[in-house]
Design a protein around this ligand. Structure first.
Ligand code: ATP
Length: 433
């Protein structure tokens, strides 16, 4: 991999993938805004995940729960008491750090630290017009909570049999003490989570299946397999609800860090929500059997970390025809733009009209098509390479019939090889789609 963080962050900003949050006001630490290409990329990732894990399977269904939830849900899940990181404050400069990320002295001013205390990472807010303890709510720190509180609703509507899963994609919020490394650790991010419900005692097979599925998803989006490593998380490092966890780590430019997690959550959550809400969260799995409380295997994917791993995997530098170039080697499924269409010259109305026609024809079938008539062809190729567009289509005088045998053909250029081919307009769609 040739990617460095500087190169990725600057390309992402320059080309409209990711901007610093609230930038014109000096930013807001731990927030990032996805630009026109970033939102397409992110949607492609989420759609691929949803297709693979929800729509293409018979044992899964989706959900989109509210971000604000009754505070009791987070008391039951253990987050109000236990979702915290150890915090230390420098006695001299008052800067705050995560205690497990600093040693001895303050890295900023060499001052000494006060006592370590636990800092709860949930964002607290208030619902309604009264500002007292009864109106306190939290922005969800993980999407999983919404799935557990809807367990009974889904059972009552669909009567699924075990094993089955509920999936959700959505925002999660954590007041990280030290947001860092671009979109890797932010305070507002997106998760794609699955709670996969199994009969008690049958979690191991599901755990194995989801372990494989995580790798299958990485392959499908285009995350480099050799940069992904499994880490068995030790007893003392696991989250409070987990009996077994594997972290899938990725070789980011700043080191090997968690990309996704896979956890066996036992019946911790259903039991806790049952206890606190008073609503039994059991289901009848087989005729004539007693109701059971399923156990849960949870693969948890971060959308933003997927984006970063993908940018890192796709970033490539090479020498094309004696010229250095940097480009994003996205696969077709995730590329934010599938093809760009150009008229050879922008001041020839007949070329522009024909190119517009080709553009509209393609765009009707494949929405992620871009029109580009700025600068010369070489510049347009570079620009499209940099944003990872697999194909560039050029309409020239031959397309118009200057050479009769080439009428209604265009050139199509391949991003990775730089090679151009003459093909019929008719055949374009099957190439690009
Ligand atoms: P870390 O140890 O890096 O803080 P975590 O173990 O707390 O992560 P989980 O609670 O397992 O993370 O969250 C599931 C997934 O959500 C992570 O694997 C990651 O992809 C994503 N995620 C968690 N925290 C953040 C964050 N602050 N910014 C971006 N993505 C995050």
């Amino acid at each position: 991999m040739t990617a460095s963080m500087d190169k990725i962050v600057s390309l992402a900003k320059r080309r409209g993938f990711i901007y610093p949050g609230s930038e014109i006001y000096g930013g807001l630490s731990g927030t990032w805004d996805y630009g026109p290409l970033g939102v397409e990329l992110k949607n492609n990732i989420k759609n691929l995940w949803w297709r693979m894990f929800v729509q293409d399977r018979d044992d899964m269904c989706g959900l989109d729960a509210a971000i604000l939830m009754n505070a009791r849900a987070w008391e039951a899940s253990g987050h109000v008491n236990g979702f915290s990181d150890p915090l230390v404050e420098c006695k001299k400069c008052k800067r705050r750090f995560r205690a497990d990320q600093v040693e001895g002295k303050c890295p900023e001013c060499d001052g000494s630290f006060g006592d370590v205390r636990q800092f709860n990472m949930m964002f607290k807010t208030q619902t309604g017009a009264t500002e007292d303890e009864s109106s306190v709510t939290y922005l969800r720190p993980e999407t999983a909570g919404g799935i557990f509180v809807n367990f009974k609703n889904v059972i009552d509507s669909f009567h699924p049999k075990l094993p089955f899963g509920i999936a959700q994609i959505g925002k999660a919020f954590r007041n990280e003490i030290a947001p860092r490394d671009f979109i890797f650790r932010s305070r507002e991010f997106e998760q794609m989570e699955i709670e996969y419900f199994v009969r008690p005692g049958e979690w191991e097979a599901a755990f194995e299946e989801w372990r494989k599925n995580v790798h299958a998803f990485n392959d499908a989006v285009g995350i480099l397999a050799q940069a992904v490593h499994e880490l068995e998380v030790g007893d003392t490092d696991r989250a409070h609800y987990s009996r077994r966890t594997i972290d899938f780590e990725f070789d980011f430019p700043f080191g090997r860090k968690e990309l996704y997690g896979l956890a066996y959550r036992t019946d911790f959550d259903l039991a806790a929500h049952s206890g606190v809400s008073g609503v039994p969260l059991k289901m009848i799995d087989a005729e004539g059997e007693e109701p059971v409380m399923p156990h849960v295997v949870e693969p948890s994917f971060g959308v933003d970390r997927t984006v970063l791993a993908l940018l890192t995997s796709a970033y490539t530098e090479d020498d094309l025809g004696g010229e250095m170039r940097a480009y994003l080697k996205f696969n077709k499924a995730v590329a934010p733009i599938k093809a760009a269409v150009f008229p050879l010259l922008k001041n020839k109305p007949e070329l522009v009209a024909k190119a517009r026609e080709v553009y509209s024809m393609l765009k009707k079938q494949v929405p992620q098509i871009m029109w580009d008539d700025n600068g010369n062809i070489g510049k347009r190729y570079r620009r499209q390479d940099e944003i990872g567009t697999p194909y560039c289509v050029t309409v020239d005088f031959d397309t118009l019939g200057e050479k009769t045998e080439l009428k209604d053909t265009v050139t199509i250029r391949n991003r990775d090889t730089g090679e151009q081919e003459r093909v019929s307009i008719e055949s374009l769609l099957s190439r690009i789609a």
